[in-house]
Design a protein around this ligand. Structure first.
Ligand SMILES: [Zn+2]
Length: 159
């Protein structure tokens, strides 16, 4: 959950960045909205998106602890950094796929790149690069798998 939330926040808030994004693979400046482009604001948003899920998990853990023993339980504190790290890992993986293998299309009407076969303006797009089967849904699913594996691994390290 931290991974997909972090990626959503990074995508939605990252486009508000005052500076143009850099491609995560080469560092080259790219237009806002380009798949695989990253900004400081987007990364901060990913951090906050993961943090929110980590804090939510902590609060739910405390509710469960209060319900059971009537006392707070510090044993849930690890959920906060794990949420942040899983969020950053998932959204970074999402950007890496967006810059490399994800199917990217071009809208001739808007003259912009998009991840959709039909642009939001209604115009059918043409394939530009990447694997067609690796669409946004598959990328988001992979992102949540990466976040989950990292969170599981961190949990294993901690316990
Ligand atoms: Zn368009």
């Amino acid at each position: 959950m931290a991974a997909v939330n972090a990626d959503t926040w990074a995508t939605e808030l990252g486009v508000l960045s005052p500076t143009s994004p850099r491609l995560i693979t080469t560092g080259q400046r790219v237009p806002a909205g380009t798949s695989g482009g990253v900004t400081a604001l987007g990364t901060l948003a990913a951090f906050a998106g993961g943090l929110l899920i980590g804090l939510t998990a902590l609060v739910l853990g405390q509710v469960e602890a209060m319900w059971g023993s009537g006392a707070l339980d510090g044993g849930y504190l690890w959920l906060v950094p794990v949420g942040v790290l899983a969020g950053l890992a998932g959204s970074t993986f999402d950007s890496l796929l967006g810059a490399t293998a994800q199917g990217i299309y071009y809208c001739p009407r808007c003259q912009s790149e998009t991840e959709a076969r039909r642009h939001r303006c209604g115009q059918p797009t043409r394939h530009l690069r990447g694997w067609r089967w690796l669409n946004n849904d598959v990328v988001n699913f992979s992102n949540s798998i990466v976040g989950s594996l990292l969170a599981g691994f961190l949990g294993w390290l901690i316990f």
